[in-house]
Each structure stands twice: as C-alpha cells, then as structure tokens.
Write a protein that binds this ligand. Structure first.
Ligand code: LMR
Length: 397
C-alpha cells in the first residue's frame, strides 16, 4: 500500500527550525531563523494601522462570499499602484493585470505552474544563494532549476562580474528569477547601473523575468526599494512580479500576495489572464480575503495609509538599529572577524558567513537558531539579547 513505503521528508530548512525552537526548553533561546519581524520585546505585534483597519472592516460587516478567482479588483489595482508608483501606474494600467494569491509563495507557484504548461523546456535560473524555497517551488511544477552566481563571500558583496557573464549566456526563453529588493538571504541588493545592465540583457536575449518582491519598504523605503522593479517594468516586453504583504503589513498568517503581469503587447493580456485563472482554480480555487481586505482598506484610505507608512518606517528603522548594535557588540567582544558589512545590507536578513559547524554550535550550545546557510534574521535581535548573540558568535568562531 502506498503509505507503507514512504520515508520521512527532510525538515524545511527555515520553518523546520522554528519547530525545533518551540521544543527547546532553554529560557535564553533566540529564534533568528524565519523572516518574521519582532519588536524589542521579542513579540510580533499586529501593526496598529492593521488593527484599526480590521476594526473598521468588522463594522462594515463585509460578506464572506467567494472572491473572484483572480481576487478583488480594487485590491489588485492598489497592489499594482504600490509596485509601479504614481508615475508609472498610468502607463501600465491597461497593459497589466494582477491576481490576488495566497502569499508571495502562492504567486511564485502560480507563475511557475502557469509557465510550465507553455514552456516546459525552459530552465529556471535563481541566484546562488537564494531563498531555499525557490528551487522546490519551480521543481514542483516540473522545471529544471539552475543558478547564476550572486554573492562573493570573501568580499561580502555581489559578485556582479560573474553574475552578468552567466546571465549573458542564458538561452532565449529561459526564466530568470530576481529579488526585487532586500535579497533573501544575503541582504545585498543590485545597484542602479546593475539593474540597467540586467534589464538590457534580459530584453535583448528574450528572458522571462520573474521578480520576487516580498520586502518592499523594508530596505530604504517604498519607492527606493521598487526602483529596480520599476525599471524592468518600463524596459521589458513581459514581466511577472510576485509581491507579498507578509512582511510590510505583518500579515504573515493571512497569506496575502499578488502576482502582477505586465506586457507591452496588449493582445497577451486576455489569454494569459484566462490561463492563470484556470491554473489558480485547479490549485486553490480563489484567494483568502481577510488579509487582502485589510491591505485594500489601508492603501485606499489616506489617513490609514500614512499610519501604515509610519508603522513600516518603525520596522525598517528598528532593523537598521539592530544591524548597528550587533556590529558594535561584536566589536566590543573583540571579534577576530570583521562584521561591519552587516550594517550595509538591506532588509531583514544578513548573510554572516558562519559555517554549518558554527551554526550547529550556536543552536546546541547557546539555543540560538539561525538558518544553515548562516543567514540571520536581524529583526529577531533586541537590545536585550544582542550582547548574548554577539558573545555566542564570537565564541563559535
Ligand atoms: C523567510 O525566508 O524566512 C521567509 O520568507 C519565510 C518563509 O516562508 O521562508
């Protein structure tokens, strides 16, 4: 019988650690694995702007009937506006559409399932390193997944020369996955002229770009973080953007994301949307609505939107402060390794260069949980636990 021959699957490299963390009895334990924001008390509060929106929505007694397969029209329009910005939105509003998806992961999987139906021979190119879930998502649809160089761990910076030389050779019709901002796991983002070059090659070689855009607003701000994505929207004939509201609205468990497609060819719009809807219908049918109602409500209400932007600045600034504090504490420990690069990285994560043994030792001896690759979630550091973390890192290296 089928069930008798199944071996246990490997634990998820990120969410599996949170399971282990929950079972750890050490009162000093610290979870720096999954990318979830924590405040200085180690809690993940619901944002005040989100709470206010939830109260208003409750008063409106909104029906729980099914949403359309592609989701709520206003939510989608607000999502496209947020990504494109006021300047580009008028240019693309007739050539783009969106589908509200269950989280950014849902948007990636929907893109992948859709593309595999029409281009199963294409290869998917992800950065090395990348979010550990990218490969499984595209492989689950049936794609071959390979990687392009991204990070130089000697200099702790983008290995742009190698990246661009590999991308130049990617065959026409392959799929190039880029991180829109706050690269996960390295925290190292492409600069303006680097975006220009990648955009030019993608256009020239006819690559299909998918931008994973899960951290808008967590790096330098809502507009600055979107600069690369906006450039690509303007330049490329076709682009898919997978956005997420997990981090910038703190709506993790509500699963709110959006797949946005823009094409210079208006004729693509209707057939592509029809097949994406068909793919969504056979997968999750139609999106969950509570989270997207909150996002729609906030983005379309001036006063709530300002409050949300303040909440988001609070998150961004606390993460930046924790980067500086960690570097200071590591210096105080007289750590032999220079960690000053942590201060320049963007978003929630930092790629510390700690090896697997050091990561294991942090878990075993200090109950500090970080991802095997050495990625730490800076948003899990607090003014209270930072000294302990720095001391432990110093000791394991
Ligand atoms: C992360 O990278 O930690 C987050 O994107 C959460 C996840 O689903 O892996």
């Amino acid at each position: 019988m089928i069930f008798n021959n199944i071996n246990e699957a490997e634990k998820d490299p990120i969410l599996g650690l949170t399971e282990e963390f929950k079972n750890d009895l050490n009162p000093q334990k610290i979870n720096l694995s999954v990318g979830v924001y924590q405040d200085d008390n180690g809690n993940t509060p619901t944002l005040p702007s989100v709470l206010e929106a939830e109260k208003e929505i409750l008063n409106q007694n909104i029906s729980k009937t099914y949403k359309p397969i592609d989701g709520d029209k206003e939510f989608i329009e607000e999502s496209i506006k947020l990504i494109a910005g006021e300047a580009i939105f008028p240019e693309i509003k007739n050539t783009s559409f969106g589908l509200n998806t269950p989280g950014g992961t849902g948007a990636l999987r929907l893109s992948s399932d859709f593309l595999f139906q029409f281009s199963p021979k294409s290869k998917v190119w992800i950065s090395n390193p990348s979010w550990p879930n990218h490969k499984p998502i595209f492989e689950a649809s049936g794609f071959d997944v390979t990687s392009y160089p991204y990070f130089n761990s000697e200099s702790n910076s983008i290995d742009f020369e190698n990246m661009i030389s590999v991308i130049k050779e990617i065959p026409e019709g392959d799929i190039l996955v880029l991180h829109g901002c706050c690269h996960n796991p390295t925290g190292e983002d492409l600069k303006g002229d680097q975006w220009d070059q990648i955009s030019e090659i993608s256009k020239k070689n006819n690559l299909l770009v998918i931008c994973d855009f899960a951290y808008q607003g967590l790096g330098d701000g809502l507009d600055d973080d979107a600069a690369g994505v906006r450039k690509m929207i303007r330049d490329l004939d076709n682009i898919i953007i997978c956005s997420s509201y997990s981090k910038n609205f703190g709506l993790y468990s509500e699963r709110v994301g959006c797949l946005i497609y823009n094409s210079k060819f208006e004729d693509n719009y209707t057939p592509v949307l029809s097949h994406m809807k068909k793919t969504a219908r056979s997968n999750y049918s139609n999106p969950p609505a509570h989270g997207s109602e909150i996002v729609k409500f906030i983005l379309s209400n001036n006063s709530l939107r300002s409050k949300w932007e303040e909440d988001l600045s609070g998150i961004r600034n606390r993460v930046k402060d924790m980067r500086s504090l960690l570097v200071t504490e590591l210096n105080n420990e007289r750590c032999s390794k220079d960690f000053s690069f942590i201060e320049n990285q963007k978003g929630m994560f930092s790629y510390t260069g700690l090896n697997k043994d050091q990561v294991n030792s942090l878990k075993k001896n200090y109950s500090i949980y970080i991802v095997n690759s050495g990625r730490i979630n800076i948003a899990g550091i607090t003014t209270k636990n930072c000294k302990y973390i720095a001391k432990a890192i110093n000791e394991v290296i």
